[in-house]
Design a protein around this ligand. Sequence first.
Ligand SMILES: Cc1cc2nc3c(=O)[nH]c(=O)nc-3n(C[C@H](O)[C@H](O)[C@H](O)COP(=O)(O)OP(=O)(O)OC[C@H]3O[C@@H](n4cnc5c(N)ncnc54)[C@H](O)[C@@H]3O)c2cc1C
Ligand code: FES
Length: 511
Amino acid sequence: MATFSSADDLPGEPISPWLATTGDDDRSVRTLEGTESVDVAVIGAGIAGLSTAIELRERDLTVAVLERDRIAAGVTGKTTAKLTSQHGLLYAHLRAEFGRRAASQYATAQEEAIDVVEDRIDELEIDCSFERVPSYLYSDTPDEVERETDAAQAAGIDASYVTSVPPFERAQAAVRFDDQAWFHPRRYLLGIADELRDDDGAAVYEHTRVTDVEPGSPCRLEMPGGEVTAEQIVLATGFPILDRAGYFARLHPKRSYVLGLRLEGQPPEGMYYRSGDSYRSVRTHRDDDGDLLLVGGENHKTGQGGSTTDRYRRLLRWARERFPVESVAYRWSTQDYVPADKVPFVGRVGPGAENTYVATGFRGWGMTNGVAAGRLLAGLLAGEQPPARTLFDPLRFTPKSSFASAVTENADAASQFATDWARTLLTPGLTSLEPGEGTVLRKGTRPIACSRAADGKLHVTSAVCTHMACLVEWNDAERSWDCPCHGSRFSPDGDVLEGPATDDLPTRRIK
Ligand SMILES: Cc1cc2nc3c(=O)[nH]c(=O)nc-3n(C[C@H](O)[C@H](O)[C@H](O)COP(=O)(O)OP(=O)(O)OC[C@H]3O[C@@H](n4cnc5c(N)ncnc54)[C@H](O)[C@@H]3O)c2cc1C
Ligand code: FES
């Protein structure tokens, strides 16, 4: 069995198969230069942003999509891409906390999203490995599975209680959802983006980072190369880059790890999920080189929880104990944002943010939720009254049990803020850093983030997150600086990689 002590020893290409197989696609990148005026500006070209954009065009509103990186290069390019209504143990929770009607609305939104994706694939002739397969949620607590099966059935899902799965590990019971799907998410979204590019009423700008958002009538967006005015804006940036309704207290970032494995023999036929803190997610992807088994798990709060290299190690050990692993083709990690009450925030941002909408908080289930969010938002922006708007309303009433969890998350971010600053102020100075290592230390009263690249070069930036001033932590597997408060991430040179921060970490000198 392979062992590895640093990220250099980790097997597999450090990229998802979705990004590896679509590369730096040969479409020319269009960056916004100058000014533009549209009905709706959508920030973010992941599944939520592009689904919103295409739905808006179907309602005849003009749209500009503004993306910091490339299309679907964010979380959407690193997902495991199960397109399913099965989102962990959820329907019993929804029924208990929000009621039967809300649980049905949630289920309908997800089931319809799978159909929408299938229809678009047919209509636009997108080749993206879409396949209908069953999805299984398994557990060693049969009561819990029975309750979930019952709640899912009551919500209108084709769900059944089974005892003979999964094929690769013991479990007492599972709930099976039929007619779910898997696909290649980036191929799908490149197809949607092509459709938007060919449309005079739409534009997709890449390498265009929005640095300031001014809600109003009209709204204004600033970016280094220009400015956009829009009647309405949609923040589809993952964690919202503008907070007018306390999102920072109601969402927390969770990072997870995925391996793309080649097996000796056939991979399992369905999609599998074991819920809980040490969740595992398993699916197959059929690519040009054969079948890949995708195994995900090892989630933790971004910027907290120790070595990330160890998480890959544990995941590989788990996979080897259950599957005849021939080789590791890919390894990657990414993060999603978890709302305390488990329901995404889709709708108006909140008070003081006129004409501004948001789609976030998919808690690891954004393939259907992102598509559903696009439908809901486009309806709202076009003046319709979609029935699910109350359930997903970002300003909704939060049930009591979820409120308690939100308070805990907020307290966690605050305590992280305080302890990190205190710890760093006690750190005396730079000890010897090996290639691939990073540490935060004090220079005078300023915390600085020092890391050493594989070639031995030292990189030094401010260690103070440009979002809300928490101190960043070194991520040894991804070689990045990750913020434990709301999940912003930065390269060793300080460039924003993801999260709500819009400004890079400034460079510092060590002497
Ligand atoms: C390990 C893992 C596995 C998962 N597997 C599944 C799965 O099997 N099924 C499922 O349903 N869900 C899954 N998810 C969740 C799902 O991938 C996400 O919920 C979904 O991709 C989020 O889409 P999004 O459009 O909101 O975000 P993103 O895809 O991250 O898109 C946001 C975009 O906004 C851009 N952006 C951010 N800030 C700015 C700015 N200032 N200016 C311009 N652009 C900006 C980013 O570059 C990014 O491209 C998984 C999540 C994780 C972490
Ligand atoms: S992400 Fe909010 S303080 Fe860093």
